[in-house]
Design a protein around this ligand. Structure first.
Ligand code: SRM
Ligand code: SF4
Length: 574
């Protein structure tokens, strides 16, 4: 697309992924052939890059890696599938489908993700097609859930709270639909749809033949809730509501969480506000911003290919000018916005004659254990529930739209299975989030989902001793610096460095508009506890009225405040 501005994408030899995308015949590759090949449980590396656009990753069980190597067996290859679920809404029937697929083809667990969707892990190659087809029968697919395209659009999760919330939710769904790739590849490969005679005749009007330089993420917030962490999104829409009417959205660009340890050219970044658009133009703004990234994003260096780097390279004013040029109209001045939290509201809430129950799901993992039958309990709720399920950006679930007739049945199941509405937990645990990491994530350097609950047990003792059990503090952990649990926005955050070792970051704001900063590098559990104990004590003693933990550690100079990711120090340069 041509532009009158002198904008350029970085010059140089394109990253190898660009050729793979270009030659994939609009995301077909040789997936069909390789998934039909019975000789191995894997597919070639090059094909895995195309598979991502179909919402799936090839993985292996890392707990078994060494043992299988010693036995001279190939790794325990398996596939993860991520569903496309704009705004995190699922019907009871869809819930029951995921529950069944997890048992039939997966590892008997469902993962609720930090972007409000379902993942299944542990699917063997031979079961992929059935899994996709059965999901499709329940009106779910995984198109564009991963890959260099627009991903799952996140949205504030209380659509029943008011008519405006519902309207905003529908906007998020429309943006998601509008930015879907056009290719029929998914339907041909997984659903046996008749083949397009010549895929060269297919078109991707929005994306073009090489799609985006990198993944692209959109979130829609309704203040005062910043549950979607709007400043972590490539593109954000913050609803502006006046007298119960949706006026439009403040538009924010260039957020992101990923970085590489020790590499100053990578950093988490906060999205910045460029203006306001009337509600009816949200899809158009999303489309034009996406095409700016398509045209000027970095296709040479993948580690700098996210939109946040494009924004920082071109400059905010230039991006805004280019957007307005493509729109043919100017954004208005942004409206003032106040966020008060980025977490979930647990327990029962009533709106509009129906009830909504937010349940705490530790790190989003739905599984049955000997003493906590969470998966069974949610299945039984889905069997009687007539409303829907809302997956939250904090890996929790809302049993939403419960009719007065069904409320007692659902509450009885909550009690029978001892389900947690979060309130019995410490406030720290209620505000915790950890990414998947081991054993399925191929990029994990340290444990996360399997370790954070245990670490919180120990931190809770300290909080109890200091009278801080009910103090909401946002704590996040990831097994590597890619940032899947948005750790840059944790008041306390741990980022995996190696087995049992983490970098400790402090000082993000409670409501998600300030990044944290490296405080200690490469420390194990004993040092983590030793480091945090005196800070908790100090906080209990000297905090000001209502002062948040993140604000306190900045005021007390434990760390500097970070409002621009370019002043964030990756590990090694603290
Ligand atoms: Fe993520 C890669 C899991 C949200 C940044 N992420 C991965 C992969 C697919 C590992 C891989 O590439 O092989 C992980 C699969 C683990 C597994 O076994 O399931 C993975 N990411 C997740 C999920 C499931 C974490 C969770 O516990 O919920 C989240 C799925 C979201 C979804 O439903 O779409 C998830 N990932 C995020 C977020 C948070 C967000 O988007 O709000 C981020 C940071 C925000 C951002 O993108 O800036 C995130 N994931 C990454 C990155 C780093 C991207 C970058 O800019 O450098 C990678 C690695 C990559 O892309 O190369 C990654
Ligand atoms: Fe894997 Fe790293 Fe993402 Fe955690 S943050 S799921 S370890 S890629």
């Amino acid at each position: 697309m041509s532009s009158k501005r002198h904008l350029e994408a970085p010059a140089g030899e394109p990253d190898a992924t660009e050729a793979i995308k270009r030659n994939s015949r609009f995301l077909r590759g040789e997936l069909e052939e390789y998934f039909a090949d019975p000789i191995t449980g894997s597919i070639p590396l090059e094909q895995t890059k195309i598979l991502k656009f179909h919402g799936s990753y090839m993985q292996d069980d890392r707990d078994l890696r060494q043992e299988r190597k010693e036995q001279k067996l190939e790794p325990a290859y398996q596939f993860m599938v991520r569903v496309r679920l704009a705004g995190g809404t699922a019907t009871p029937d869809q819930w029951l489908t995921m529950d069944r697929l997890a048992d039939t083809y997966g590892n008997e667990t469902i993962k609720l993700t930090t972007r409000q969707t379902f993942q299944l892990h542990g699917i063997l190659k031979w079961n992929m097609k059935n899994s996709m087809q059965e999901m499709n029968a329940a009106l779910m697919d995984s198109i564009a859930a991963c890959g260099d395209v627009n991903r799952n659009v996140m949205c504030n999760v209380q659509p029943y709270e008011s008519a405006v919330h519902d309207k905003v939710h529908r906007t998020a769904q429309r943006i998601s639909d509008h930015l879907l790739p056009n290719t029929e590849a998914y339907h041909e490969i997984w659903l046996d749809k008749e083949k397009v005679l010549d895929s060269r005749e297919e078109e991707e009007p929005l994306y073009g033949p090489v799609y985006l330089p990198r993944k692209f993420k959109i979130g829609v917030a309704v203040p005062p809730a910043n549950d979607v962490d709007i400043y972590s999104q490539d593109l954000g829409f913050t609803a502006i509501v006046q007298n119960g009417r949706l006026l439009g959205f403040n538009v924010t660009v260039g957020g992101g969480m990923g970085m590489t340890h020790g590499d100053e050219e990578t950093y988490p970044q906060l999205a910045r506000t460029i203006g306001f658009c009337p509600a009816k133009y949200a899809e158009e703004v999303a489309e034009k911003i996406l095409t700016i990234q398509r045209d000027y994003g970095n296709r040479v260096e993948r580690k700098n290919a996210r939109f946040k780097y494009t924004v920082d390279r071109l400059g905010l004013d230039t991006v805004k000018e280019e957007l307005e040029h493509r729109l043919g109209w100017a954004l208005k001045e942004a409206k003032p916005v106040t966020f008060t939290h980025n977490g979930d509201r647990y327990g029962w809430h009533e709106f509009d004659g129906t009830s909504h129950l937010t349940l705490f799901i530790q790190n989003g993992r739905i599984a049955d254990t000997e003493d906590y039958k969470l998966k069974t309990a949610l299945r039984r709720i889905a069997e009687v529930h007539e409303g829907d399920f809302r997956l939250t950006p904090n890996q929790n679930v809302i049993v939403a739209g419960v009719t007065p007739e069904k409320k007692a049945d659902i509450q009885a199941l909550v009690e029978e299975y001892g389900l947690s509405d979060g309130k019995a937990n410490s406030a720290l645990r209620r505000n915790s989030m950890a990414c998947v990491a081991f054993p399925t994530c191929g990029l994990a350097m340290a444990e996360s989902e399997r370790y954070l609950p245990e670490l919180i047990d120990k931190l809770e003792h300290m909080l109890d001793e200091n009278g801080l059990r009910e103090e909401d503090i946002v704590i996040r952990m990831t097994g590597c610096p890619n940032g899947c649990a948005r750790p840059g926005l944790g008041e306390i955050a741990f980022i995996g460095k190696g087995p049992g070792k983490y970098n400790l970051y402090l000082g993000a704001s409670f409501h998600g508009d300030r990044l944290n900063q490296l405080y200690r590098e490469n420390i194990g559990e004993a040092e983590i506890l030793e480091t945090l104990e005196p800070i908790f004590r100090h906080y209990a003693r000297e905090r000001e009225e209502g002062e948040r933990f993140g604000d306190f550690v900045v005021r007390q100079s434990y760390v500097e405040a970070v409002y621009d990711g370019r002043t964030f120090h990756p590990a090694g340069q603290a």
